[in-house]
Design a protein around this ligand. Structure first.
Ligand SMILES: [Zn+2]
Length: 89
């Protein structure tokens, strides 16, 4: 049994412009399946380059991307903006 599912999404880090891959979600069955961003409400990953967390929340067809850093137990939001995600056919 898995702990999460993978999300079929990649983006560029808003802080360092590095590539952010490996998005995960706990919104579904957590069986390591590959899900579409449009099937879930929330997914997240970590930038490989600068270590920032990237959290994406869906509201219908629109998405809000929050980039934040974690130091110890402190979470600091660095950037928050709407992003467009294309539905794959
Ligand atoms: Zn980065």
């Amino acid at each position: 049994m898995g702990m999460f599912d993978w999300v079929d999404y990649e983006c560029t880090c808003d802080i360092c412009k590095g590539k952010v891959t490996g998005f995960q979600t706990k919104d579904s069955d957590r069986l390591l399946a590959l899900l579409s961003p449009f099937d879930i409400g929330n997914f997240y990953s970590v930038c490989n380059k600068c270590g920032c967390w990237v959290d994406i929340k869906r509201d219908g067809e629109s998405f809000v991307k929050t980039t934040y850093s974690i130091k110890g137990w402190k979470k600091k939001v660095l950037k928050e903006r709407k992003v467009k995600i294309r539905r794959k056919k």
